[in-house]
Design a protein around this ligand. Structure first.
Ligand SMILES: [Zn+2]
Length: 364
């Protein structure tokens, strides 16, 4: 088998293939898979699960966590990278003391059904908030909602003109925040944060407690796609505590680690990112994490693909041909069927992993 075959082998066209590959790879390595079965099934009736593999010592003081499919459909890229890492294993990665904990398809429902969100229509990376507190208003989103999700699809020219005018009036950054920050008011809307912890949220906390609840140092690479230049992996700082963790992240992953708080990232500050769970479940650990975000298509096309798919979720009566083309476009938006892209994604995922392992080893 050539290197090229090996590489293309990592990535899967659908969730069921990715899961079968994952279970087979773990089996080949003799590793146990801890499967958290989802209450629903996939489109072909297949089982859905969050499948955790711990690759390394049970009592390791250092843990490197990888996560895929927090945004379901982005599991194509994340699970591909995890497959490569699991195939290599600690010896080939040059570190047998650290435990790699791979959480495969954190939002398996979204991956299987080609949705970015969970079965609750929730953006899982906006769902880690304190639901005991009053939920904030987000009037900018509320103003855009009817324009983002019109009654009919494709949208009319009048709809698109009105939306473009509203976004122009806000300016690009405020408009991006308006749409993607996370909102609680529209259950059927885009970037919905939810009003309670989702199924994936609860499972993920349990996994964190079990696998990182007593380690000393925790590194985390959360794998995403859809923002930024084609094939470029942006390393977005993903810790809540500012200065020290950011310095550490830049020592490990380079000065190009960006931050949503300083405007150096293509992403924006959001409500309830998943990293919040670390502070609740692993307070003992020194935590350093990034979101590794691989660029695909331009933001306006990305927004259009997401609007269409949300519209479709609310319109099950839609023409089957239209439904298929909307789903296909969403998958292509997050997972380009392009060999150079996959090659670039894998090499950057591997590099970031090696850097995290080296960083953990060097920490005092
Ligand atoms: Zn994402």
């Amino acid at each position: 088998m050539t290197d090229q075959d090996h590489l293309l082998d990592l990535f899967s066209a659908d969730y069921a293939t990715a899961r079968a590959r994952w279970l087979a790879l773990a089996g080949a390595r003799g590793l146990a898979v801890e499967s958290h079965l989802h209450p629903l099934r996939g489109p072909a009736g297949e089982l859905l699960a969050v499948d955790v593999v711990r690759d390394g010592p049970a009592d390791a003081p250092n843990v490197l966590l990888t996560t895929s499919g927090v945004h379901g459909v982005e599991g194509h890229v994340g699970c591909g990278i995890q497959a490569g890492l699991l195939r290599m294993g600690p010896r080939e990665l040059g570190d047998e003391a650290t435990a790699l904990v791979h959480v495969h398809a954190v939002n398996p429902y979204g991956f299987a059904w080609t949705r970015r969100v969970t079965q609750e229509n929730v953006d899982l990376n906006r769902n880690f908030i304190d639901f005991g507190q009053p939920l904030p208003d987000h009037p900018d989103y509320a103003a855009l909602h009817p324009l983002l999700l019109p009654e009919r699809w494709p949208p009319t020219a009048g709809n698109e003109t009105a939306l473009a005018a509203a976004l122009d009036a806000m300016g690009p950054r405020r408009a991006q925040i308006a749409i993607t920050k996370g909102q609680h008011s529209h259950r059927d809307g885009l970037y919905y944060s939810g009003v309670e912890p989702t199924w994936s949220h609860r499972v993920f906390r349990e996994v964190l407690r079990r696998h990182a609840g007593s380690c000393q140092r925790l590194a985390w690479i959360d794998l995403h796609s859809g923002l930024g230049p084609f094939g470029v992996g942006e390393r977005i700082f993903a810790c809540d505590d500012g200065v020290h963790a950011l310095q550490r992240a830049r020592r490990w992953w380079g000065e190009r680690v960006t931050s949503v708080h300083t405007g150096t990232s293509t992403s924006i500050p959001m409500t309830g990112p998943i990293q919040h769970a670390v502070y609740g479940e692993c307070p003992q650990a020194e935590y350093t994490g990034i979101c590794l975000e691989f660029g695909t298509i331009a933001l306006p096309q990305m927004l259009f693909a997401q609007r269409a798919e949300h519209w479709l979720a609310e319109h099950p009566e839609a023409d089957p041909g239209l439904a298929r083309s909307i789903k296909r476009a969403l998958r292509d938006a997050f997972y380009p069927d392009d060999e150079a892209w996959k090659r670039a994604v894998w090499s950057q995922g591997l590099e970031a992993t090696r850097q995290a392992l080296a960083g953990l080893r060097q920490s005092p």
